[in-house]
Design a protein around this ligand. Sequence first.
Ligand SMILES: Cc1ncc(C[n+]2csc(CCOP(=O)(O)OP(=O)(O)O)c2C)c(N)n1
Length: 271
Amino acid sequence: MTVSNEELKSNAAEIRRSIIRMVHAAACGHPGGPLGLADIFSVLYFDILNHRPADPLWEDRDRLILSNGHVCAVRYASMALSGYFPVQDLMKFRKFGNPLQGHPSTKYLKGVENSSGSLGQGLSTAVGLALGAKIQQKNYRVYCCISDGECGEGMTWEAATAGAAYRAPVIGFMDYNGIQIDGFTKDVCDLGDLAKKFAAFGWKVHECDGHDTAKIREAFMQASGYVDGPQMILFKTVLGKGVSFMENNPKWHGSPPNTEQMEQALAELNL
Ligand SMILES: Cc1ncc(C[n+]2csc(CCOP(=O)(O)OP(=O)(O)O)c2C)c(N)n1
C-alpha cells in the first residue's frame, strides 16, 4: 500500500520531536542537522528504502550510508519509528555503553550500515558498495547522505572521481543547508556551486527542496530509476527546521536545548 504524503509529514514531525527529546536527555549532541533532514529521512524510511526493520541484515536490503555521522539522531529516530527497536530506547542516546552512540557504529547497532563521525569518508564507502552491487548483479540500491561541510574534504572529491570513472550506480544526496560547525559555509570556506562541481565530475545532478515531501519523493523515485552512473541530489534544507529559534542558526549545529527550550521546541513541533 502506498503511504500518503500526510503520513510521511506526520512521521517527520514525530522524528523531529524525538530528536529534540534525545539531544535534551543526552545534554549534548547535534539537533540542527537532524531536524533539517527529518523530511528526507521520513520519505526514505517509510517509502523509498527496501528494508526489513525486523531483519536488519537482510541481504537484499537497500543500503543507506550516513557519511555525516554527527546527524545520527535523525537516523536513530527514523529507525525506532519504523520498528528496528523500541522508541523508548531513543532516550539512551549518547549514554555510555549504549548502542545509540553519538557517532554511529556498526559494532553496536544493526541497521547502521557504516561507522561514521570522521567526515568525508561515506561517499567513498557508498561508491564501493554500489560498484560491488553492480559487479554482483544485485538489485539493491545504495544511498548516501553527505553534508555540504563534507565538500571541504578532499576524499569527497576522490569518491566523485571514482564514482564517475567506474559508473557506480550510487544515489548520493546532500544536506545542503549552508552551515557547518564554525558558521555559514560561505564564510568559513566558500564551496562554490556544488551542483556545477558534481556535474563537472560526471555525476547526474538533481536539485530539490528538502522540506517538500512530494518533491523529495519524486526526486528519489526518479533517481532510483537510473542505474547508469552516479547521481547526487542536492536537497536545499534549513538547519533546525521546525523550531523557530533554531532555524538557520549555526549555534544549533551542536548544542543541546535546555528544558525550557525543549518545551518550546516541542510545542512548536506539535502544531
Ligand atoms: C574529518 C573531520 N574533521 C572535522 C570534524 C569536526 N566536525 C564535526 S561536524 C563538522 C561540520 C560539518 O559540516 P556539516 O556537516 O555541513 O554541518 P551541519 O550542516 O550538520 O551543521 C565538523 C568540521 C569531523 N567530525 N571530522
